[in-house]
Design a binder for this molecule. Structure first.
Ligand SMILES: NC(=O)c1ccc[n+]([C@@H]2O[C@H](COP(=O)([O-])OP(=O)(O)OC[C@H]3O[C@@H](n4cnc5c(N)ncnc54)[C@H](OP(=O)(O)O)[C@@H]3O)[C@@H](O)[C@H]2O)c1
Length: 262
């Protein structure tokens, strides 16, 4: 008998950093049962949230989870996955979901290492603790149903984001990476450049400059690991970096030519 789409899920989270904590708050609010494990000890925080925290992967996998949610940094994915004791999985078909901000890399890597009977949903919630602090309405949730046999569990997981009003965008991992290199990676790069320049509010800011200061502040709240991951594990990012460099030189050249014309 298939279960109702509103039935709650048992979700085990691997990697309990800032983004996992942000997602967990909404999942708890919706009534899902969470457990967590991570490299660092987040047991105090988990006690506060009312969810069990396991220092050891083995004991974490003793819980019978419908979903294993991978929330580790992009750079640590392969190391983290290597430490997963897959033989301890309780169910025939467990749904693995990742939320990494690049998509082809986890897709390819997870397809290689997950047990063939497990399902895989690759996702990228295109928002975070800052942009999603007042709710998730209309914020994009990108996903690729890479290998799904248990439709019920997958649709109940997606329902978490639908219920909050996210704009659900089904897209291949490759297409995601192409668009994200131009959008997200470029945004983070400009934010990091502005941070290197130490821009600050001047007391006579234009609206445009206020936007730049805000961009800088939002960008540096994310870890450097996240930014490096966006570059190192998205094959389209290098080209965008070159485009940015070239565009900067072109604009500079136009100014210099104008000066020479005078
Ligand atoms: N921040 C966002 O707005 C956002 C939005 C969408 C998707 N994401 C994705 O969500 C994931 C988590 O992002 P984040 O913002 O929380 O920060 P992050 O710096 O990308 O990742 C932090 C997490 O990675 C773990 N980690 C880092 N290095 C590790 C290592 N060598 N071995 C094991 N674990 C390691 C940390 O564990 P400990 O905490 O235990 O040290 C923590 O759980 C990333 O893949 C990111 O791309 C983030």
């Amino acid at each position: 008998m298939s279960s109702s789409p509103t039935k709650t899920l048992r979700i085990g989270i691997i990697g309990f950093g800032p983004f996992a904590r942000f997602l967990a708050a909404t999942m708890i609010k919706q009534g899902h049962t969470l457990t967590a494990t991570s490299r660092s000890d987040h047991s105090h925080l988990c006690t506060h949230l009312g969810i069990p925290f396991f220092r050891e992967m083995d004991t974490f996998f003793d819980a019978d989870n419908d979903v294993i949610l991978l929330c580790t940094s992009i750079l640590s994915l392969s190391e983290v996955v290597r430490s997963i004791p897959f033989h301890r999985l309780k169910r025939q078909t467990t749904l693995f979901v990742d939320v990494l901000s690049v998509k082809q890399y986890p897709r390819d890597h997870l397809l290689q290492v997950l047990p063939p009977e497990s399902d895989l949903l690759c996702t990228h919630p295109m928002f975070g603790p800052e942009s999603g602090k007042d709710g998730w309405t209309a914020l994009p949730f990108v996903y690729d149903r890479v290998r799904i046999r248990d439709e019920d569990t997958c649709s109940r997981f997606l329902q978490i984001f639908q219920t909050e009003g996210c704009r659900m965008v089904a897209m291949s991992c490759e297409e995601h990476d192409q668009l994200a290199a131009r959008g997200q990676f470029l945004t983070h790069t400009i934010g990091r450049i502005l941070s290197e320049m130490e821009i600050k509010s001047t007391g006579m800011d234009t609206k445009g400059f206020q936007t730049l200061v805000q961009l800088k502040e939002n960008t540096i709240k994310d870890s450097l690991d996240l930014y490096c991951g966006l570059f190192m594990h998205n094959k389209f990012a290098m080209q965008e970096l070159r485009n940015l460099e070239l565009a900067f030189l072109t604009v500079k050249q136009k100014l210099l030519e104008k000066m020479e014309d005078k």
